[in-house]
Design a protein around this ligand. Structure first.
Ligand SMILES: N[C@@H](CCC(=O)N[C@@H](CS)C(=O)NCC(=O)O)C(=O)O
Length: 214
């Protein structure tokens, strides 16, 4: 049985979504970022980076959302949500996963950091414009990579789509235009999957109970 440490409207939904896609049971534990719970010693022992998501099992704690969803697919759903290792498609999977977290996501994270996440003295207002420009550049490349494919690796829905889909949702909720028709319809396609809806609802339900308790 897995335990997912997360907080709604963050990258933890990637792991919840992956667990739902595969159909694995899990316990969800809210780490209230607003209350600084990620900074306490108990959580720091799970992830020294003091960030969510963290997935805990009998084997130990795993951090980094892209690594966690890849691990889950390899362990429980090989050939369904991840191409076999050593194939060209697997190369494409790694390419798109790394592109999603290092290129497409980073400008969005920069916007958040320089808006409110960093300590005030480290925020730079100009970063908003720079990040918008960087996002548009990465989005243009993403649109080319995607081309007319159904999913980023072709016709197989993979964990790279979980991460890419969540990044595009993040962009939309930051009022950024997805600009390209193929990207817009791709985002609609992946975000309308029942497993995403279930993961999102479950996280939100936990937030409501935390807020009521607080
Ligand atoms: N590269 C990490 C990023 C994790 C991350 O930054 N998580 C955010 C929430 S989405 C967090 O815990 N932030 C707390 C902080 O920055 O102090 C991943 O993909 O898992």
């Amino acid at each position: 049985m897995y335990t997912l440490y997360g907080f709604p409207k963050t990258r933890s939904v990637r792991v919840a979504w992956a667990l739902e896609e595969i159909g694995l049971p899990y316990e969800y534990k809210v780490v209230n970022l607003k209350a600084g719970e990620h900074l306490n010693a108990v959580f720091q022992a799970l992830n020294p980076a003091t960030k969510i998501p963290v997935l805990v099992s009998d084997e130990g704690a795993l951090c980094e959302s892209a690594a966690i969803v890849t691990f889950l697919a390899e362990k429980h759903a090989m050939h369904e949500f991840i191409p076999a290792s050593g194939t060209f498609e697997r190369g494409l999977y790694e390419q798109m996963m790394i592109f999603a977290v290092t290129e497409l996501e980073q400008p969005l994270w920069s916007k958040v950091k320089h808006d409110f996440a960093l300590p005030k003295q480290h925020r730079i207002a100009q970063m908003q414009q720079t990040a918008d420009w960087e996002f548009e550049r990465a989005l243009t490349a993403f649109s080319h990579y995607l081309d007319d494919k159904e999913y980023v690796c072709g016709s197989l829905f993979t964990m790279a789509d979980v991460v890419s889909g969540q990044v595009l949702l993040w962009a939309k909720s930051s009022d950024l235009d997805l600009k390209f028709d193929n990207v817009k319809s791709y985002a609609e396609r992946v975000l309308s999957r029942p497993a995403y809806e279930k993961a999102w609802r479950n996280e939100m339900a936990h937030l409501s109970s935390t807020e009521q308790a607080g």
